[in-house]
Design a binder for this molecule. Structure first.
Ligand SMILES: [Fe+2]
Length: 148
């Protein structure tokens, strides 16, 4: 595949990953049970806010590149690497373990985009995704510390 086309596809795939991840965060926000509730429930609001900002930033970057962002749930689900989960009670450890794994998956998706953006010398996309990668590395460290 042409590298520019590949970059567009991977960016779109990431928009979908973030949408599915946000749905999963809502699931955890609502279905969380146990002693950690008052810490993790509001923490998830903060992460959902970040994810919303990233969705919009990547989608608008696609528009700046004269492309159309993926914008349907059907297309997101077709390409995402994030697994959906059922609506049931989850304790704090289950939530943090699952998010830790999803952050690692999302970081690997970001790293694919970064590599291609470097190859095609798209500095602005590179800057945007490098910032996102740093944020995900921070979450992976913090969630890993919580689980240790
Ligand atoms: Fe809420």
């Amino acid at each position: 595949m042409d590298m520019n086309k590949d970059l567009i596809f991977q960016m779109n795939k990431f928009v979908g990953d973030l949408h599915v991840f946000k749905t999963k965060l809502h699931n955890f926000h609502w279905n969380l049970v146990g002693e950690q509730f008052f810490v993790i429930h509001p923490m998830l609001d903060g992460i959902m806010g970040e994810v919303d900002t990233q969705i919009d930033a990547v989608a608008e970057r696609l528009l700046m590149k004269n492309e159309r962002p993926f914008a349907s749930l059907e297309v997101y689900l077709k390409h995402t690497v994030i697994n959906e989960i059922e609506s049931k009670a989850y304790n704090g450890k289950e939530v943090v373990t699952c998010m830790h794994e999803d952050f690692k998956l999302l970081l690997s998706e970001i790293n694919i985009i970064i590599k291609i953006a470097e190859d095609v010398d798209d500095q602005e996309t590179l800057a945007l995704l490098t910032d996102a990668a740093a944020l995900y590395q921070k979450h992976i460290w913090m969630f890993g510390a919580w689980l240790a």
